[in-house]
Design a protein around this ligand. Structure first.
Ligand SMILES: Cc1cc2nc3c(=O)[nH]c(=O)nc-3n(C[C@H](O)[C@H](O)[C@H](O)COP(=O)(O)OP(=O)(O)OC[C@H]3O[C@@H](n4cnc5c(N)ncnc54)[C@H](O)[C@@H]3O)c2cc1C
Length: 425
């Protein structure tokens, strides 16, 4: 029997939209199936997109600001220590931009539709169809839809990749939970508070008291007329802490450092979403007979400690998958061996190399001292250097030694963490 479509793509996030558009452009019959009422309606990202090298996907996309300022901040209840890096060179060409998924995803879907893909919204795929072990389509409710190739682009929970046997059960150690709000503020207020000119933007990565000591961090990214503010914490550590994600998020927003930046703003969007945190170790199977997985469905996210990257990986995997699927369709061979060209292409390119570079990072980020002790150590050392209490000054080395002693961090642990950081970050 002739299949209904050449390709059925499940999920109209970044990855799915890219695959659908590329293959429709190549003249293939493509259906893009999205459970949300509109593409992007259920999607959530912090919002900094590292789109260099992906102009083919993002040229003309609705973006907010060019990120030219990166702030790294550790918080204590009563102190904060930061590193403020601003560089005009990051703006031209734009190194990273802030985006809002509620605008970006519908734009990407409209491009897929213009290319000729059939976009079905409000339809949830429940399982894959098989014939002699090979994936031959998907089932949504009572309806079966057949295709030569199925693309699992249904995000981090990917029922499709799991049902096809590409992924096993989720490992909580490889998952983070993100909570994010978009807070509207007048453009002039944003420019003053975040020291921005024109369409320049700022990105803040925050650790320490940000997350009440739960491994993870907070972020603030500026949009044109709003700030994206959120936290991402390790799911297993959050459960062990007995705290709720909403509690950690509220604590972050109430900290004077963050509260001052958001003051007077109006919350216009709020949501929670899982994040893949395992890096290379969290990667699922990418190909099977008649199926490929892209983006979060494949576990493709990199948390470098300074940035979370998933959107660019979703787009890059979508491009690589589309190339391999087109070649497989042209050769009338959609077996796993044929589609494996996608895995080889992806893993030998920037995505695979970055995953390898940051393979040790999740282990570094799991070290608990990062989230409390070092922030306190830094703040105490600086207090010793700056606070004049009428007693004779001590040399800096003695101040630092005193702060180290007071922090309870053993020299052995400090050296171990530094060494792990050098190797893993
Ligand atoms: C709090 C947070 C902050 C982040 N910050 C950043 C950041 O700053 N920069 C960055 O690059 N990345 C960031 N990420 C990661 C990034 O959001 C993801 O990597 C990216 O969204 C993955 O895109 P995707 O297309 O693979 O999946 P998604 O965007 O999740 O899209 C999956 C789509 O599939 C649909 N779907 C799911 N199940 C079904 C089904 N059964 N049937 C039909 N449709 C289905 C969904 O509705 C959705 O539209 C962040 C993530 C979170 C949670």
């Amino acid at each position: 029997m002739t299949p209904d479509f050449d390709v059925a793509v499940v999920g109209a996030g970044i990855a799915g939209n890219v695959v659908a558009r590329q293959l429709a452009n190549a003249g293939r019959e493509v259906v893009l199936i999205e459970r949300g009422e509109t593409p992007g309606s259920k999607n959530l990202s912090g919002g900094v997109l590292f789109g260099r090298g992906l102009e083919e996907v993002f040229d003309g996309a609705p973006v907010e600001r060019r990120i030219t300022r990166h702030v790294l901040q550790t918080l204590k209840a009563e102190a904060s220590v930061g590193l403020d890096y601003a560089d005009a060179r990051l703006g031209s060409p734009a190194n990273a931009v802030s985006v809002l998924r509620a605008k970006l995803d519908p734009w990407l879907a409209s491009r897929a539709e213009e290319a000729g893909a059939t976009v079905l919204t409000g339809v949830r795929v429940d399982s894959v169809l098989r014939d002699e072990g090979r994936v031959v389509g998907v089932r949504a409710g009572e309806d079966d839809l057949t295709a030569r190739v199925v693309v699992a682009a249904d995000g981090i929970n990917s029922f499709v990749a799991k049902d096809a046997g590409l992924r096993g059960p989720d490992d909580p150690a490889h998952l983070g939970l993100g909570v994010k709000a978009v807070v509207a503020l007048p453009r002039t207020v944003l420019a003053d508070r975040f020291r921005l000119a024109g369409d320049e933007g700022a990105s803040y990565a925050v650790v320490g008291d940000a997350t009440l000591g739960v491994p993870g961090g907070g972020f603030l990214y500026t949009n044109l007329d709003s700030v994206s503010v959120g936290i991402v914490v390790r799911l297993d550590a959050l459960a062990a802490s007995g705290r709720s994600s909403a509690e950690v998020f509220e604590h972050f927003c109430d900290h004077p450092f963050v509260g001052g930046l958001l003051q007077g703003g109006e919350v216009v969007e709020y949501g929670a979403h899982l994040v893949a945190e395992g890096g290379l170790r969290g990667l699922g199977g990418l190909v099977g007979d008649g199926i490929v997985a892209v983006g979060d469905a494949a576990g493709l996210t990199i948390n470098t400690g300074l940035t979370i990257r998933g959107m660019d990986l979703a787009a890059a995997s979508g491009l690589a998958a589309a190339r391999a699927i087109e070649a497989a369709l042209a050769a009338s061979d959609v077996s796993k061996a044929s589609l494996d060209a996608y895995r080889r292409d992806l893993m030998s390119g920037v995505v695979g190399r970055d995953l390898t570079t940051y393979a040790r990072t999740p282990g570094v980020l799991a070290r608990p001292r990062l989230y409390d002790d070092y922030g306190r150590l830094l703040a105490d050392a600086l207090r010793g250097a700056f606070a004049h209490d009428g007693t004779p000054r001590r040399p800096l080395r003695s101040v630092v030694r005193g702060a180290l002693k007071g922090s309870g961090v053993r020299a052995k642990d400090l050296v171990g963490d530094l060494w792990a950081g050098v190797r893993g970050l």
